[in-house]
Design a protein around this ligand. Structure first.
Ligand code: UGA
Length: 450
């Protein structure tokens, strides 16, 4: 099929376009960002994602994917148009739909034959009506276009794997024509015919991928509810972690024991700094707004956010305990800037929020991250960073681990101890082996244990 992806140089648009090109479609990704489009056409991905550069080069070489800044080039030849533009949080937490509106107003001018318009961006439930109104000003639904909601469930860092081997595909529309087009579009994935190789040993699984065909609004709510549920699990386990450290239990043991119950499961039970990144908090805020807009009190959702914010102060007070309750002029080394491991994304990173608080209290922060220093420098130009982790710990009063990069656990802590002024670690991700680190002479504080 011929596919156009609007917002095609952004995270979701790029993964979607590349994934569809790889499974046999002809894809044109369009984006306003000239710099990114140029970079992509020369075979370089502006985002870090496992396996992305080789996939990009391969599909550019076969002509399966192209990148452009001209909307008409992507829309005119396409059977299916994905809208994958950003929907950031507005001032009050409501999703900012200006990019969606701009995309739809632009693309409608180039609709010359029937198109399926797919909402890939996470947008509030009422947005479909808005898109329908904009398209219907000059086109006829069912004849010139149909609208489908097809939410994404991509995790940053594992986006391609999640695209090729999803847990489920959700298609929101009750019209038959777009439904069968979408089924055909995803057929190789649904029938597990894709053989994408990544460094990680991807388990291709067996049997067809579950396909959930539903109405548009339910499809959108599946996305919001999924992210809100993941966030709820994290706030839950962090709340229990506060309790385990007070009663003398260990949250890691507690989470492990809980997770063996198949009704609970092991994932999303790592207590720590709480959830960051461009998705969970944004979607939770938007869901709260949707609830309030429908005269419904989202009591649980609000407390999930409140609990998450508290983790910042929890970590700060642990650092202060080590430094004698004053941070002024203390040198605090920080490992981790990205909002999680395996990404260079620092948007809404809890690590940056903790760093801001440390600096507000007068600490001198020396930070290291294996990948995200350039991105962090854009948001915090004054931040002192070191490419070498051993440089970042020189003369410091305490080392704080803020991102769960596995590589931090493999460093030489005997060497780190010699470089620091005082051998103290606050591990906000429960990443290190407490017994080992203590045995090498550090005072060690994690989350949820004594
Ligand atoms: C999240 C969802 O997991 C995806 O399914 C969804 O498609 C995506 O948002 C989106 O809406 O686009 P992502 O933002 O990439 O994906 O991040 P996660 O991997 O879910 O991690 C979120 C945060 O939770 C990170 O800060 C991570 O460090 C933290 N986390 C995760 C924990 O603290 N403990 C855990 O056990 C798991």
């Amino acid at each position: 099929m011929n596919i156009g992806v609007v917002g095609g140089a952004g995270y979701v648009g790029l993964i979607t376009g590349l994934g569809l090109a790889e499974i046999g479609h002809r894809v044109i990704n369009v984006d306003l960002d000239e710099g990114r489009v140029g970079q992509l056409n020369s075979g370089h991905s502006p985002i870090y994602e496992e396996g992305i550069d080789s996939l990009l080069k391969k599909n550019l070489a076969t002509g399966s994917i192209q990148f452009t800044t001209r909307l008409a080039e992507a829309i005119v030849p396409s059977d299916v148009i994905f809208i994958a533009v950003g929907t950031p949080s507005g001032l009050d937490g409501q999703a900012d739909l200006s990019q969606v509106i701009q995309a739809v107003e632009g693309l409608v001018q180039h609709i010359t034959n029937y198109k399926v318009v797919v909402l890939k961006s996470t947008v509030p439930v009422g947005t479909v009506e808005l898109v329908r109104t904009l398209l219907s000003r000059s086109k006829i639904e069912g004849e010139d276009f149909d609208i489908v909601a097809n939410p994404e469930f991509l995790r940053e860092g594992k986006g391609l794997k999640d695209f090729f081997y999803p847990d489920r595909i959700v298609i929101g529309t009750h019209a038959e024509k777009p439904q069968s087009i979408m089924r055909e579009l995803y057929r190789p994935i649904i029938q597990r015919e894709v053989s994408w190789e990544s460094n990680e040993s991807a388990d291709p699984g067996s049997g067809h991928i579950p396909l959930i065909e539903t109405d548009i609004t339910s499809a959108q709510m599946i996305k919001y509810a999924s992210n809100a549920f993941l966030a709820t699990r994290l706030s839950f386990i962090n709340e229990i972690a506060g309790l385990t450290e007070r009663v003398g239990a260990d949250i890691r043991e507690v989470a492990l024991g809980m997770g063996y119950d198949p009704r609970i499961g092991h994932s999303y039970l790592n207590a720590g700094l709480g959830f960051g990144g461009p998705c969970l908090e944004k979607d939770l805020l938007a869901l709260i707004k949707i609830a309030e807009g429908n005269d419904y009190a989202p009591v649980l959702l609000k407390s999930v956010l409140e609990r998450n914010d508290k983790q910042i102060e929890t970590v700060l007070s642990k650092v202060k305990e080590v430094t004698g309750h004053l941070l002024y002029k203390k040198v605090v080394s920080v490992f981790g800037l990205a909002f999680k491991a395996a990404t260079n994304d620092v948007r809404d990173s809890m690590a940056l929020k903790v760093i801001d608080r440390l600096e507000q209290e007068g600490a001198v922060v020396q930070a290291h991250d294996p990948l995200a220093i350039p991105e962090a420098k854009v948001l915090r130009p004054g931040l002192i960073c070191a490419d070498d982790p051993y440089e970042a710990v020189r003369n410091s009063d305490v080392l704080v681990i803020l991102t769960e990069w596995p590589v931090f656990a493999e460093l030489d802590y005997a060497r780190i101890k010699k470089l620091m002024k005082q051998p103290a670690i606050v591990d906000a991700r429960n990443l290190l082996d407490a017994t080992k680190v203590r045995a090498s002479g550090f005072t060690y504080t994690g989350i949820g244990s004594v």
